[in-house]
Design a protein around this ligand. Structure first.
Ligand code: GDP
Length: 528
């Protein structure tokens, strides 16, 4: 591959932010976009979030779509880098969507509230990152408020998330006494001036902490900083880029997103250290981003982007080769060649049609119901990218129709929504029920609204006794048949025809697992 192409690929950084709601993800996103010149004004991203609060608002907004589309992928330039920031839905009820977005990134940024330490949603998202050894950089936010002791925060991260911390900056005081940070990576002092949202700020270079300028600038807090750094040398690990890239170590920065403090430091280290597009696994072989042939996979589908057209957009992550507008690619699951006439790339505030795109980029392609999550597109070779999971649902509802004449529409609607990943659909072996499974209950509200809007179906829910599900498989067909026969009442087929065991309680599931040692119960399932 030509040198030019390699440069295009290597300068791409594709990442997502993982955090617990309220840690500051939206604020940080906005500041990152400001640095990238992608938005002119603070407040643009925030305004968007404000309208996303209540379920009803969320749905209205989803219908209006334009807004949420642009927030799905945000592209901006910073220095010589092309950055793709993939939005990860913050609400835990849409976490499945977030998990899948994380399969399309090359690294992640973790935001932690200094007053709270590691919170539950971050723990879950971290588990997903660990499945792929995704490198993670950490930003500890809200230093302008009283929070936990910085060393305690690091131990909290190390213990809860089982990842080594390597601080690259260190805070000087906090809350009312917050004076700034000392950048251990650059050996620069950054002084904090509250409320000052300067876009670019250079630190003051202080190579040696014994430098008396430190005392002039920080007064009595200079001694405190020296003390802390000395302590750190014994207590914290030095930054090791290789360990970061393996997902074993996380470099840590401190700052205050709302004050735009520490963000540039973070972004500089991020573009320099975070990995560009790397090789990706398929069912048959690893695919290098530098390969000439185009390939990519779909990790997200969003319906109704344009209310006038009722179309859907499939978000495709490019893994190799170069995308050119109008190119023909093979859609392997259905074995057809398709011409991609119009692909959309998502800038921070609008969608633009593109002429070309590279590995690491995300393109949106129009979909009239033929594309499913997990689908691979490539030049010719029948590839199948792996590692795009579904998660065992934790909530279940039985769907009832108000008008039984609409069964066909319901069938179609549920199948399409399931393929899109908006919900999981199960058909019990013993009845003709439609059972929906979700990771978060809010998904159910969205489904009912969309069934009505998009398919003209009035549906309602009934509670159902299931509490958990596992996909099942067994190497021994005879044993599997026996299991199937004995457990028919609890078995159902999902939208892709995979057999799942639905259990009324965790206890019951545990019991059945014990009873049937030859059966494998899977908590996640790969899209086939
Ligand atoms: P998200 O839910 O993670 O997207 O969090 P937001 O970015 O919406 O932030 C949650 C709240 O924390 C908002 O009220 C922000 O203004 C506030 N916030 C964000 N960053 C900071 C910070 O650095 N310091 C303080 N004091 N508040 C912050």
């Amino acid at each position: 591959m030509k040198k030019h192409n390699q440069q295009e690929i290597d300068r791409r950084r594709t990442f997502g932010i993982i955090s617990h709601p309220d840690a500051g993800k939206t604020t940080l996103t906005e500041k990152l976009l400001l640095f990238g010149g992608a938005i002119q004004m603070a407040g643009a991203v925030k305004a968007r979030k404000a309208s996303r609060h209540a379920t009803s608002d969320w749905m209205t907004m989803e219908r209006e779509r334009g807004i949420s589309v642009t927030s799905s992928v945000m592209k901006f330039n910073y220095r010589d880098y092309e950055v793709n920031l993939l939005d990860t839905p913050g609400h835990q009820d849409f976490s499945e969507d977030t998990y899948r977005v994380l399969t399309a990134v090359d690294s992640a940024l973790m935001v932690i509230d200094s007053g709270k330490g590691v919170e539950t949603q971050t723990e879950k998202l971290m588990e997903v990152c660990r499945m792929r050894n995704t490198p993670i950089m950490t930003f500890i936010n809200k230093l302008d408020r009283e929070g936990l002791d910085p060393l305690d925060l690091l131990s909290n991260i190390e213990e809860t998330l089982q990842i080594e911390c390597a601080p690259l900056s260190w805070p000087i005081g906090m809350g009312k006494c917050f004076r700034g940070t000392y950048n251990l990576y650059r050996k620069q002092l950054h002084l904090f001036v509250p409320g000052q949202e300067t876009r670019f700020s250079d630190g003051i270079v202080i190579e040696d902490l014994a430098d008396p300028r430190l005392d002039e600038l920080l007064g009595s807090q200079a001694a405190e900083l020296r003390n802390d750094i000395e302590l750190l040398e014994g207590a914290a690990s030095p930054f090791d880029p290789a360990e970061y890239l393996k997902g074993n170590q996380t470099p840590v920065f401190f700052g205050s997103a709302v004050n735009n403090f520490g963000v540039q430091e973070l972004l500089d280290a991020f573009v320099e250290q975070a990995p560009g597009p790397g090789p990706r696994a398929t069912a048959t072989r690893m695919v290098s981003p530098y390969e000439e042939e185009f390939s990519g996979f779909v990790f997200k589908i969003q319906a109704n982007m344009d209310p006038a057209h009722r179309d859907r957009i499939a978000f495709l992550r490019i893994c190799s080769g170069k995308f050119r507008r109008g190119m023909k690619v093979r859609h392997h699951r259905i074995g057809k060649d398709v011409q991609i006439a119009n692909a959309t790339i998502f800038m921070a505030q609008d969608r633009t049609n593109i002429e070309e795109a590279w590995p690491g980029d995300i393109i949106g392609i129009h979909n009239h119901g033929t594309i499913k999550i997990g689908d691979t597109f490539s030049d010719k070779e029948p590839l199948k990218f792996t590692g795009i999971p579904s998660f065992a649902p934790e909530h279940f509802r039985r769907v009832r129709l108000k008008n039984p004449m609409k069964t066909k529409q319901l069938d179609k609607g549920l199948l399409q929504l399931a393929e899109e990943g908006a919900v999981q659909l199960f058909r019990p072996l013993m009845s003709s029920d439609y059972i929906l499974g979700a990771v978060g209950v809010l998904q159910f509200d969205v489904i009912v609204a969309r069934l009505k809007d998009e398919y003209g179906v009035d549906a309602l829910y009934e509670g159902i006794e299931f509490a958990t599900a596992r996909w099942v498989s067994c190497a021994d067909q005879k044993k599997f048949n026996e299991f199937e026969k004995k457990n028919q009442g609890n078995l159902a087929l999902d939208a892709e025809g995979n057999l799942a065991f639905l259990a009324p309680s965790e206890w019951r599931l545990g019991y059945v697992i014990e009873q049937w040692p030859d059966i494998v119960f899977h908590k996640t399932k790969e899209h086939s």
